[in-house]
Design a protein around this ligand. Structure first.
Ligand code: FAD
Length: 629
């Protein structure tokens, strides 16, 4: 047996005597460098400790509950033969002209011919630790990739597949860290779903809707406008202008960083080669040309796409969120299938433009994931938009007619007769693109739903291939993808960087907005966890009253023993802009006294966060005094 290596606790900053709360490997496991070994926890944070070497675990030197400090031996490993750990070294970038003929795809799965890192392909031996934000289903059997030996057009140190918020952020960070970076995107512009057909265009339209509603509400303040005249073409153009302004900005930022953009649809040939079918025009039209890129490391950021319900007919009046954002018509009657954030945001826009809404949701409440007390406020304000809110119900059949789309429903709240709509929006979720990029050829495991599992550094089971964003799991949010993109690029550059965010905020940009972060009350109740709760109602906020929007509230949830904030939620105008303060407080381990003792500017909606903390401490002077027992 080779001499055993001691893997020790590295420098973990100011922390001393941290407790081992999770063992992530066991004797007999084959581990790779930087693979997480144990999770430790201090009173401020938990973190995973990575391995400083690759090999087979022979003995664990710590047990659950042990207190460890820098230098403590965690385990003994038997090193792998040197040739199995040889890193890949890319040659210089040198593009050759694109070829019209695609190179032959590698032969059917077989034993790898001289793979660069054979141990890395043995998924059985080195299963990835699921990231904190990912809950992948069982992975399908791993296919060992054949090595590609054909011609290569382009070489780089870092390849990023997908130019959405995760992908471009990863590529920009990698380039800033000095890596020769290629970014492959099939569409002509960067920004992915979020910028082109998601976050940004929806918010541009929601802004218009909010201003229309605000103008209407001014009647109560003695200021009357006429009914708005809506020029749909101009509205669409103004939304498109917002998007293209940001597209231009991204292209300029890529150029300034010398990130090489390759326009085409990418698919892995093996763990170090990507085949790109070049695309042209405004969509994904193939040009017939192909490029092969050889890369040192890769970050997969291929995102997700809308789930399509099989019974819905092909008809321009049946749309997903992308179709709804195209604003082709102003329907009179609109059905939203799926009462989640995306469906209700788009429903808000169309309803402000004049549509009567029906919504059908399979679960027993709208906006699953948000606490019910928040949703109740939203629902009361928005009741007038809806003819029917069908909960615990589903659409089961739809037929296109001249006069509209006829839809049948099942469920307690559902009408027994089919209903006719001018527009049907299907917003029932998004499915990851993991199964559409030839990941198996790179040896990357993809589960049966198309998700790719990663460890805390965003590494897949093939350690030089990372994955981020929508295609590694919930929550499918742009800010999560961006954060993960930075982690992956920095880890790839050799930094000791992990995804260690405690919380990821969620926001519904409806009217009023609903935002929440950390533990929700419903989650705590389901897990039998008792939390301290404090609410500051906005009908006691001078600013909310001045705005004529005092229906909301700010809620903070605290650990009852430490008084540390563990969750928070806001329903009200600008809730999404306010929630960041609560996220920061949770990340910093702030307690109620810290938040209440922070001077917030007056009069602002943000004050309500400080006041909710004061409510918890029993020192709030902006509410009636608490009743004496
Ligand atoms: P994506 O944005 O999906 O980008 C993936 C990119 O990869 C795409 O550009 C795609 O063309 C490209 N690609 C895929 N396969 C290939 C291939 N084989 N070759 C080349 N290129 C490929 N999130 C928020 O945080 N806030 C919001 O307000 C918000 N609003 C939303 C509203 C709507 C209507 C929708 C649909 C989504 C919204 N989201 C929002 C979610 C957000 O858009 C996604 O979470 C985010 O875009 C995911 O980023 P990503 O980089 O993982 O993937």
């Amino acid at each position: 047996m080779a001499q055993l290596i001691e893997v020790k606790v590295p420098d973990i900053g100011d922390f001393d005597e941290v407790e081992v709360i999770e063992l992530l490997v066991k004797p007999g496991d084959t581990i790779r460098t930087e693979q997480s070994l144990v999770t430790v926890e201090s009173d401020k944070a938990s973190m995973e400790i990575p391995s400083s070497a690759a090999g087979v675990v022979r003995e664990l030197k710590v047990a659950l509950g042990d207190k460890v400090s820098e230098g403590k031996v965690l385990l003994l490993i038997e090193p792998l033969p040197a040739e199995q750990a040889a890193p890949f070294a890319p040659g210089p970038i040198g593009a050759t002209p694109a070829r019209a003929e695609p190179p032959a795809a590698p032969a059917a799965p077989q034993a790898p011919a001289a793979p660069q890192a054979p141990r890395l392909l043995d998924a059985e031996a080195a299963p990835p630790a699921a990231s904190s934000t990912t809950k992948p289903a069982a992975a399908t059997a791993v296919v060992l990739p054949a090595a590609y030996s054909g011609p290569v057009d382009l070489e780089c140190e870092m390849l990023v597949l997908g130019g959405g918020p995760g992908g471009y952020s990863a590529a920009f960070r990698a380039a800033d860290l000095g890596m020769r970076t290629v970014l492959v995107e099939r569409y002509p512009v960067l920004g992915g779903v979020c910028l082109n057909v998601g976050c940004i265009p929806s918010k541009a339209l929601l802004h218009t809707a909010a201003v229309i509603e605000a103008a209407r509400a001014l009647a109560a303040h003695g200021v009357r406008f006429g009914e708005p005249e809506i020029d749909l073409d101009a509205l669409r153009a103004s939304k498109d202008k917002v998007v293209s302004r940001l597209n231009v900005g991204l292209a300029a930022m890529a150029k300034a960083r010398k990130v090489e953009l390759v326009r085409g649809s990418g698919s892995f040939l093996d763990p170090h080669h990507l085949r790109v079918e070049l695309t042209v025009g405004s969509g994904q039209e193939r040009s017939g040309e192909v490029r092969v890129i050889r890369f040192g490391q890769a970050i997969i950021a291929a995102g997700s796409q809308a789930v399509r319900l099989p019974f819905l007919p092909e008809d321009p009046r049946v749309v997903d969120s992308t179709g709804a954002l195209a604003l082709r018509s102003r329907p009179e009657r609109m059905l939203v299938i799926g009462g989640g954030i995306i469906g209700l945001e788009m429903g808000t826009v169309y309803s402000t433009l004049g549509a009567r809404l029906d919504v059908v949701e399979m679960s027993d409440g709208l906006m699953p994931g948000a606490d019910r007390d928040l949703v109740r406020v939203w629902q009361k304000v928005n009741a007038g938009r809806f003819d029917r809110v069908m909960l615990g119900a589903k659409a089961v059949r739809a037929v296109a007619h001249d006069k509209g789309i006829r839809v049948w429903f099942e469920g307690a709240d559902a009408p027994s007769e089919p209903q006719l709509y001018d527009l049907v929006l299907s917003a029932v979720g998004r499915s990851p693109n993991g199964a559409r990029i030839g990941a198996a050829q790179a040896g990357v495991l993809v589960d049966e739903r198309g998700f790719i599992a990663v460890d805390g550094q965003m590494r897949t089971n093939v350690p030089h291939v990372f994955a981020i964003g929508d295609l590694i799991g919930q929550p499918m949010l742009a800010h999560k993808a961006v954060h993960q993109g930075h982690v992956a690029a920095e880890a790839a550059a050799g930094h000791k960087r992990w995804f260690d965010a405690r919380v990821i905020p969620s926001v519904a940009y409806t009217d009023p907005e609903i935002a929440w972060v950390g533990v929700t009350e419903d989650e705590a109740a389901a897990q039998g966890i008792k939390l301290g709760r404090a609410v500051f109602p906005w009908n006691a906020s001078g600013r909310a009253i001045a705005n004529g929007r005092d229906e909301g509230f700010t809620k903070l949830l605290f650990d009852e023993q430490t008084h540390r904030v563990v969750g928070g939620a806001i329903v009200g105008t600008h809730a999404g802009d306010l929630i960041g303060e609560i996220a920061l407080a949770i990340e910093m381990g702030a307690d109620a006294a810290d938040i209440g003792g922070t001077i917030h500017p007056h009069p602002t909606l943000g004050e309500s966060i400080g006041m909710a903390a004061e409510v918890f401490e029993g020192v709030c002077t902006d509410l009636m005094p608490a009743r004496k027992p």
